[in-house]
Design a protein around this ligand. Structure first.
Ligand SMILES: NC(=O)c1ccc[n+]([C@@H]2O[C@H](COP(=O)([O-])OP(=O)(O)OC[C@H]3O[C@@H](n4cnc5c(N)ncnc54)[C@H](OP(=O)(O)O)[C@@H]3O)[C@@H](O)[C@H]2O)c1
Length: 263
């Protein structure tokens, strides 16, 4: 199926690793031009090098913290100057916070609020004028299944993810008159930088990577019996972002191996 991404101009936040990086690569393979950002310049450089080898000038990377308004504006200016506009924004940057209600203090709640909301608000606000000028504009938010199925050990992430889902719905309605579609994916457990870091911090250092991941899939009752890979989340992002999904807005697609905690 041709998603219609050829020539589309795409910005991906948090593109230097995991789901974001897989999305960058998939969209480039489908003929899009893609700019991505992240905070760590070394990680950006490492991600960019093989992509430049494969896709040349169609790809660019810029250091940008999506929580910093000036940096987001600079990222937007660089992208629009390079591509002459923007068709697709992927709000992906972020990470989860592991903490129960008992051990989440006010500062942690505020910090998580800032990350979850402003990682969507700032890039969306910055790129909206360019998106309005596009013939096929869309936004995809990489959200979490926690929005619908909270887990108590991630209390503030889960609660704010639910708020972000609500925000996605509002944006989809407000922007519909400009034909800017807004959708999200709800990620379950996808093997990425986040899980790699948790594996490295495991209690039993003798446990192999394979065994640790297998135990995790079992503990989380994932019907498909394994974690997802970033490419599987990226495929859902690319579809929702693409002209192939031209009549879909305000939707959310679960990429979670069938997890249903409360069914
Ligand atoms: N993997 C999962 O199981 C899972 C589940 C639910 C939701 N998600 C969500 O999926 C998204 C992608 O995560 P991932 O699993 O692919 O994790 P990852 O491999 O850790 O990638 C996160 C990316 O975001 C960037 N980033 C983080 N904070 C940023 C900021 N403030 N400004 C700009 N870039 C930032 C990181 O680069 P720098 O650190 O260099 O900035 C990196 O490129 C996140 O929003 C995450 O919460 C993931």
């Amino acid at each position: 199926m041709d998603l219609g991404l050829t020539g589309k101009r795409v910005a991906v936040t948090g593109g230097s690793s995991g789901i974001g990086l897989a999305t960058v690569r998939l969209m480039l393979e489908d003929g899009a031009r893609v700019a991505f950002c992240g905070r760590n310049p070394d990680r950006l450089k490492e991600a960019l090098a093989p992509l430049t080898d494969a896709f040349g000038d169609a790809v660019a990377a810029h250091a940008c913290d999506v929580l910093d308004e000036a940096q987001v504006a600079a990222f937007r200016d660089q992208v629009v100057a390079k591509f002459g506009g923007l068709d697709i924004l992927i709000n992906n940057a972020g990470q989860g916070r592991v903490s129960t209600f008992e051990n989440t203090d006010d500062d942690a709640w505020r910090e998580e609020f800032e990350l979850k909301y402003f990682s969507v608000i700032r890039p969306t606000r910055a790129f909206l004028p360019a998106l309005r000028d596009s013939a096929a504009p869309s936004i995809v938010v990489v959200n979490s299944l926690l929005a619908r199925q909270p887990e108590p050990h991630m209390v503030c992430t889960a609660s704010l993810r639910a708020g972000v889902q609500n925000l996605v719905k509002s944006l989809s309605i407000e922007f519909a008159s400009d034909s800017v579609r807004v959708n999200s994916i709800l990620v379950g457990l996808v093997d990425s930088g986040q899980w790699q870091r948790r594996y490295e911090a495991r209690e039993d250092a003798s446990q192999s990577r394979e065994d640790w991941y297998a135990a995790l899939a079992k503990q989380k009752n994932i019907p498909l019996g394994r974690l997802g890979v970033p490419e599987e989340a990226a495929a859902a992002v690319a579809f929702l972002a693409s002209p192939a999904a031209s009549y879909i807005t305000g939707a959310s697609l679960e990429v979670a191996g069938g997890v249903s905690r409360f069914a």
